[in-house]
Design a protein around this ligand. Structure first.
Ligand SMILES: O=C[C@H](O)[C@H](O)[C@H](O)COP(=O)(O)O
Length: 279
């Protein structure tokens, strides 16, 4: 048990590192040529693990970023930078690695804690296999249990007040525009020139929670399933993309999947817990 804040922070970093190295070992095959690289602090270890494989493995690979941070990571590691906008029609990435803010029992994700979610979703959905890397704090039964800051929603700035009104009507508890980092006046601006609204909701139900019929999960009683909430949020005028990754898992040839085929969690005891659909 960590006794100081520094030790606790070090434990989290070690856990991220463990998850990333294991995920790369299990999911980056030498014959792959197109690799998606997500955003956030855990992905830094993914890039380190890939770079350590050396040019004999990586020089034949193209790496696709999800924003300015991962673009810099790829370049700094000496890896080949390519852009998803140039991916030939009908082609997919072999694999994409990315972090998450929270992962539930059904492998739905909250993402966007670092203001990256739109390009992340496009890259994940462009990959044959999307693999999530995280530390033990992200493992949760229901979204909104561990990650209390709210669901990140990327919005057109001029639509933000209207979207906030809609979110309140839907039962969000104090949704707000995310402020910029210290020293930046006004709202945070994403890589896509949008704002982020953080919308807290009561912990989100899984589809299986509604099977008993006791809870509708359609927001009527303030409770939403991930799928019902996500379907509604994405349709709000002014919403560019939402930080809920949901729907089908991407199993091998499926395309357009937002949920990972595997989620790797570095645990506090030094092990790595691997979650796959149905486990
Ligand atoms: O906006 C940021 C991304 O969605 C990240 O992947 C997510 O916030 C997890 O980041 P981290 O690995 O730093 O916890």
């Amino acid at each position: 048990m960590a006794s100081t804040a520094e030790e606790a922070a070090a434990l989290v970093e070690t856990s991220k590192c463990l998850a990333a190295y294991q995920a790369v070992k299990d999911h980056l095959r030498p014959e792959y040529t197109r690799i998606g690289i997500g955003s956030g602090s855990t992905v830094v270890y993914v890039v380190n693990a890939i770079a350590e494989l050396g040019p004999s493995v990586t020089s034949k690979m193209a790496f696709y970023p999800t924003g300015s941070q991962s673009e810099e990571l790829i370049e700094a590691a000496g890896l080949n930078l390519h852009y998803i906008s140039k991916l030939p029609a009908g082609q997919q990435l072999d694999v994409a690695f990315d972090g998450a803010d929270e992962v539930d029992d059904d492998m739905n994700l909250i993402k966007g804690g670092g203001a990256c979610l739109w390009q992340e979703k496009i890259v994940a959905a462009s990959a044959k296999r999307f693999v999530c890397v995280a530390d033990f704090r992200k493992l949760s039964g229901r979204l909104g249990t561990a990650w209390k800051k709210g669901i990140p929603i990327e919005v057109l700035p001029m639509a933000a007040p209207r979207v906030l009104d809609e979110l309140r009507r839907m039962g969000s508890l104090n949704p707000r525009i995310r402020p910029g980092l210290p020293g930046k006046a006004g709202a945070i601006v994403t890589d896509n020139g949008m704002w982020i609204i953080d919308a807290p909701f009561a912990p989100l139900l899984l589809l299986k929670d509604t099977e008993s019929g006791t809870q509708a999960g359609n927001g009527a009683d303030g409770l939403w399933t991930v799928d019902a909430l996500a379907d509604k949020l994405i349709k709000l005028p002014g919403v560019a993309e939402i930080g809920l990754f949901y729907g089908n898992n991407g199993l091998e040839v499926a395309s357009g999947a937002q949920k990972p085929v595997a989620a790797y969690f570095g645990m506090a005891d030094g092990t790595v817990q691997i979650k796959t659909p149905g486990t």
